[in-house]
Design a protein around this ligand. Structure first.
Ligand code: IVH
Length: 687
């Protein structure tokens, strides 16, 4: 008989095995998830060929995060979960580069490119020479260090000899591999250099966000990339849309290259992103041609470049030419014309956007920037004018980048004479003279008048839209024509249009004119909630329309509600309360409403709402695809009979209508004991 201790021993071994087996299983699962995520990243960023949806990517990430949280011992520094950003640092550590990062000499024109080629030819005693031509990315140079294939540290260029350790921030950039892909042998040490940058479109979005949040905008994509990389809190960097192009080799042990081009070709299989516009050239004419070609597409490119770079391709020839002080003799930058120029602000004007936002615009003494005449620059908002202390008459540095609206980088204070005049956005709208408003937490001033000629088209488009007054057939093109031909000046004019007037419009026949008039007439009977939404009060969406109808019952009461009365309502915060007050404080809006009511608009109320058993007063949730209606139509039907529709199932839900491919909502309904209807059953109830 085996002894007790013997059994215990076997038991412990089994238990340990079982635990190990479990961990092993998850280890394999984790490895597989990492492989799938890394492959998705590689396909997306390096091959520019996405293979899975964002939703699928997020699902894989979440699953990996969950497993790593359960088995923290399986977490590794190169896991894709480590990109989200570590704890903030107190300061960046300094690192010394193993090999200094050199800078480049500049060739300012064609002549200087020719001189460079002649120098190289002389230095190499007329050997055959091949050049690699690359765009010069306008970002921030960084160095990435890989030990045995794993990303271990990364730094800024700094002064070329020492830089700052920004490893945590670089890890958040998805186009930087955390581990080399094993498509090729893995060197035990590899240092890759490249440029971190931000796409122009991402830069613009980021700046719009900065302005919305009342923060100073960045002057250009380069500054915003630099600012994002030098954040002590990697979580902030993680939210910035940074990218990288790799273009140079530092130290390398365990892999050899004969040419620079061969090195560039090796980078993508390892997982590095390389610029697709790189070319080989074998004579000076080809170098010049490349310069003109890249310059001609500069504005259309997704990112900023400030020139091209030419490099002697053969590494042996590079070594033979050597370096002089800080720059190599084997490479040169062919610089493009500057995107910045100095000129003078002649005047500042407030321009009114389609939605009433006021943007101060500087009228400039016309100046050529990168081959384009610039005569206006945006000043964004009053805070920006104050922050940069921009005055009428100032000499300023203007920057233009592609189709981005030119901006003022800074005032040249040394050129002030004392005659410059400070500028304040005027108190009234320059187009319709309505007093301007500036709401809490808003950087921009606004014209609150929905009939302001600058905003009238946008107001009418919104008013007529499906979820507002639902005027079928009144599309954006027709609104444009009606306004441009002077037939309507505000939304109320819609209700006074005649068929004769409509027939004068392009492509408008008898039948479509009649259909439109019918649709306009039909829109006169409407719920107060929809009408409130249709008015286009800032920050008042569909849901708020319903809240306001429920709380005030009539338009009169709403228009007279004080800020305190509005704030007393649960769903209304100070921003919405202020927007509502500003709207009704504008005289012209009151006139428009008066005219609308005068045209015969009638509000459906509870007493005029048709009743239907099983619908009136009931809450519905729709899930899956319905065959007879769209989800909006089904919801409208329920609302027509005084029922409500909600987006999620709770105990308060009365019915869940289940269409094709219904998901978890049906299950929740079952769990909560909420009644489930098929589409046919719903049809029977409602018809
Ligand atoms: S090669 C020895 N290639 O330009 C060669 N630099 O003015 C070192 N840059 O510090 C750099 N695009 O930040 C190289 N395709 C490219 C580049 C590039 C942008 C930047 C880099 C460098 C600066 C030199």
């Amino acid at each position: 008989m085996p002894s007790r201790t013997h059994w215990k021993g076997i038991h412990t071994i089994f238990k340990r095995r079982a635990v190990n087996l479990g961990v092993d299983l998850f280890k394999a699962k984790i490895a597989e998830l990492r492989r799938q995520i890394e492959t998705a990243n590689y396909n997306y960023y390096i091959l520019d060929n996405p293979t899975i949806s964002d939703a699928e990517y997020d699902r894989l990430m979440r699953e990996l995060e969950r497993l790593e949280a359960t088995y923290p011992e399986l977490k590794t520094a190169d896991s894709p979960t480590q990109r989200i950003g570590n704890k903030p640092l107190d300061e960046f550590k300094t690192v010394t580069h193993r090999i200094p990062l050199l800078s480049l000499d500049n060739a300012m024109d064609e002549g200087e490119i020719r001189e460079f080629v002649a120098r190289v030819q002389k230095g190499l005693s007329n050997q055959d020479i091949q050049f690699v031509c690359e765009p010069k990315i306008d970002g921030l140079a960084v160095e990435l260090v890989y030990e045995n294939g794993v990303f271990v540290s990364g730094s800024t260029r700094g002064d070329g000899v020492t830089g700052e350790d920004i490893t945590q921030n670089l890890k958040t950039i998805r186009s930087i591999p955390l581990r080399l892909r094993p498509n090729l042998p893995i060197p035990n040490l590899l240092e890759v250099r490249g440029e971190v940058y931000m796409d122009k479109a991402d830069f613009q979005r980021l700046n719009e966000q900065q302005l919305r949040e009342g923060k100073p905008p960045f002057a250009n994509p380069r500054n915003s990339a630099a600012g994002s990389l030098r954040q002590l809190d990697p979580q902030i960097t993680a939210r910035r849309p940074l990218k990288i192009f790799c273009y140079a080799l530092g130290s390398c042990n365990g892999y050899t290259f004969k040419t620079h081009y061969e090195f560039l070709k090796t980078l993508p299989p390892w997982g590095f992103r390389v610029n697709p516009l790189i070319e080989i050239a074998t004579n000076v004419e080809a170098l010049i041609e490349y310069y003109h070609k890249i310059e001609s597409i500069r504005d259309a490119m997704d990112y900023d470049i400030d020139g091209v770079v030419y490099k002697v391709d053969a590494l042996a020839q590079q070594a033979e030419l050597g370096i002089k002080s800080r720059s190599p003799r084997w490479a040169i930058a062919g610089k493009f014309k500057a995107q910045q120029e100095v000129t003078r602000i002649i005047n500042i004007e407030a321009s009114v956007g389609r939605t009433g936002a006021i943007t101060p615009v500087a009228n400039l003494k016309p100046v050529q920037i990168g081959g384009v005449t610039v005569s206006n620059a945006t000043l964004h908002n009053q805070d920006e004018i104050d922050r940069k202390d921009i005055r009428i008459g100032d000499w300023v540095l203007i920057q233009r980048a592609g189709d981005v609206i030119p901006q003022v980088v800074k005032v040249i204070r040394e050129r002030r004479t004392g005659d410059e005049k400070p500028y304040k956005i005027p108190p009234n709208c320059p187009v319709c003279n309505t007093p301007l408003v500036r709401e809490k937490d808003e950087a921009k001033h606004r014209c609150p008048n929905i009939s302001c000629p600058a905003q009238i088209k946008a107001s009418i488009e919104h008013f007529a839209s499906k979820r507002a007054m639902n005027i079928d057939g009144l599309g954006d093109k027709l609104v444009e024509q009606l306004v441009d031909n002077g037939l309507i000046e505000n939304v109320a004019d819609l209700y006074f249009l005649s068929k004769e007037q409509l027939l004068t419009m392009e492509r408008m026949g008898e039948k479509s004119a009649q259909n439109l008039l019918d649709a306009i007439a039909a829109s006169k009977t409407v719920s107060l909630a929809r009408f409130i939404y249709a008015l286009g009060i800032r920050n008042v969406g569909e849901h708020m329309g319903k809240v306001l109808e429920k709380s005030f019952g009539t338009l009169d009461r709403l228009s007279q509600a004080s800020e305190e009365e509005l704030l007393a309502i649960e769903d209304i915060g100070p921003i919405v309360a202020q927007s509502i007050r500003n709207f009704f404080a504008a005289e012209s809006n009151l006139h428009t409403i008066e005219k609308l009511i005068g045209s015969g608009i009638q509000f459906t109320t509870a007493s005029t709402t048709p009743q239907k058993e099983g619908v009136t007063g009931k809450t519905y949730v729709f899930t899956g695809t319905l065959s007879q209606f769209t989800r909006d139509e089904a919801q409208a039907l329920v609302e027509k009979y005084g029922g409500k529709s909600a987006s999620s199932v709770s105990k308060k839900t009365d019915y869940v209508v289940v269409g094709e491919n219904a998901g978890s909502k049906a299950e929740t309904a079952r769990r909560l004991g909420v009644k489930i209807l098929s589409e046919t059953e719903f049809l029977e109830l409602i018809s």
